[in-house]
Design a protein around this ligand. Structure first.
Ligand code: SIN
Ligand code: FE2
Length: 211
């Protein structure tokens, strides 16, 4: 798909922050638009929704998923479900999304879940660990599209010092190895910083081996 994309060669990140690998500019504009076209199809089949957490707060991001399972939050907890809250199966993970995983994850396993988060306006994501997966030895790969997002990285336990980096459209992040369970989140986005999404905002695709 892009740079260093030789068969079997795991590419080198442009930035490593607390063990989190960042591949800045991994996807060029054409590749970003190809991804977006696929994501639009997913969203058409599995509409975005705004989950309410177990504590009763509505999340500021809108989300949906592709794959065998999708991550959901509702009053009874956080988990992977084999269906959209509307009752339909999730669409398949699109091939261009899967290709990003194949290029950067270094994992022989295929992802079975792709979470799609849409940040509009003041949407953000508090610091959290990704730990609802059955086996957290598999890496997490995430792709940023659209507006810049301030990605904050902490530690593998709650609290302590943090560092942040602005993720731009086309950047790819890999959290694996010792960094698989680091706390991370999105402080804020910069509305209007990208023209990639026609309606504005920031999309993040998170690929995981969940089951
Ligand atoms: C997440 O950790 O769920 C989202 C990260 C991002 O939006 O970049
Ligand atoms: Fe996360």
């Amino acid at each position: 798909m892009r740079k260093n994309d030789e068969e079997g060669v795991t590419p080198r990140p442009t930035l490593v922050l607390r063990g989190v690998q960042v591949f800045q500019g991994w996807l060029d504009r054409t590749a970003q638009e190809a991804l977006l076209a696929e994501i639009r199809d997913v969203v058409r089949a599995a509409p975005l929704f705004q989950p309410v957490t177990p504590s009763g707060r509505r999340m500021s991001v809108q989300m949906t998923s592709a794959g065998d399972v999708g991550w959901i939050a509702d009053r009874s907890g956080y988990r992977y479900a084999d269906r959209h809250p509307q009752g339909t199966l999730w669409p398949d993970i699109p091939p261009t999304v899967r290709a990003v995983w194949d290029a950067v994850s270094g994992s022989p396993r295929a992802p079975d879940s792709c979470l799609i988060n849409l940040y509009r306006d003041t949407a953000k994501m508090g610091l959290h660990q990704d730990r609802d997966e059955a086996d957290t030895s598999h890496p997490v790969v995430s792709v940023s599209l659209g507006d810049d997002g301030l990605f904050r990285i902490g530690n593998t336990t709650r609290g302590g010092p943090t560092e942040a980096v602005w993720l731009k459209s086309g950047d790819v992040v890999v959290m694996g190895g010792d960094a698989r369970l680091v706390y991370h989140g999105i402080d804020k986005t910069r509305p209007g910083s990208s023209t990639v999404l026609s309606g504005g905002g920031r999309l993040n695709l998170t690929l995981r081996v969940a089951t």
